[in-house]
Ligand binder design. Structure first.
Ligand code: HEC
Ligand code: HEC
Ligand code: HEC
Length: 138
């Protein structure tokens, strides 16, 4: 079987390409995505998201755009959930109120996926080391 060598090399290249994301991430130190930390899961009143976890996982970026447009264009700030709870449509004051550690929540997914939302150029993350440092007395 003269082709055997070539088949093996082909297979090897195929395997390297298929597993590229795994070892690429391993080399960059993010081999396995850590579970996003649900800091308020057991805190009464903060134990449920503004929609189901399933919905949020897939649609939080769209929901955030919708919140922004509603606030900025219509000056309406109250969001009512499907089950009748009311929230202030605010990235900093609402999302980060229940998900206070952006690094251990938002970024566990985003770093793994190499997404880097630019929202924090303007919006405040109160736990951001830079924000905390700016507050220190000099
Ligand atoms: C009142 C508290 C609360 C608010 C406000 C809140 N969340 Fe959540 N969020 C949770 C909890 C608790 C969970 C875990 C799922 C559940 O049981 O609802 C969750 C789940 C999620 C998930 C899925 C996480 C996973 O592990 O799959 C995403 C994404 C998310 N939230 C993003 C947001 C964003 C973005 C906002 C603002 C638009 C927001 N959340 C506002 C409490 C909150
Ligand atoms: C369960 C994983 C997960 C968590 C937790 C999570 N995100 Fe995301 N986020 C994603 C995914 C997946 C995308 C979509 C990436 C894509 O479309 O390429 C995304 C995209 C986004 C985008 C759009 C960025 C873009 O460039 O299109 C924004 C804004 C965003 N997330 C905000 C947040 C905020 C704020 C939090 C924390 C409160 C958060 N996300 C938590 C998984 C997550
Ligand atoms: C260039 C600056 C800038 C950037 C970048 C930016 N925003 Fe905003 N955003 C604003 C301003 C200004 C308002 C209006 C503030 C108000 O009226 O409370 C706003 C309002 C919002 C609101 C509603 C009010 C609030 O307190 O949160 C949401 C939600 C929002 N933006 C989401 C996002 C998301 C998600 C991203 C990233 C994908 C983003 N913004 C990026 C400037 C910015």
């Amino acid at each position: 079987m003269r082709d055997r060598g070539r088949i093996l090399i082909g297979l090897l290249i195929f395997l390297i390409l298929m597993t590229f994301p795994v070892w690429y991430n391993a080399l960059n130190g993010v081999s396995v995505m850590q579970e996003p930390e649900l800091a308020t899961k057991n805190v009464p009143g903060k134990d449920k998201c503004v929609n189901t976890a399933e919905y949020m996982r897939q649609n939080h970026m769209n929901l955030l755009n919708q919140w922004r447009d509603t606030v900025v264009r219509q000056d309406v700030r109250v969001y009512t959930t499907v089950d009748g709870r009311k929230f202030n449509m605010s990235l900093t004051n609402t999302c980060l109120d229940c998900h206070p550690n952006r690094e251990n929540f938002c970024n566990r997914c985003h770093n793994y996926l190499a997404v880097n939302p630019y929202c924090w150029d303007c919006h405040v993350d109160p736990q951001d080391p830079k924000v905390l440092a700016a507050k220190e007395p000099r």
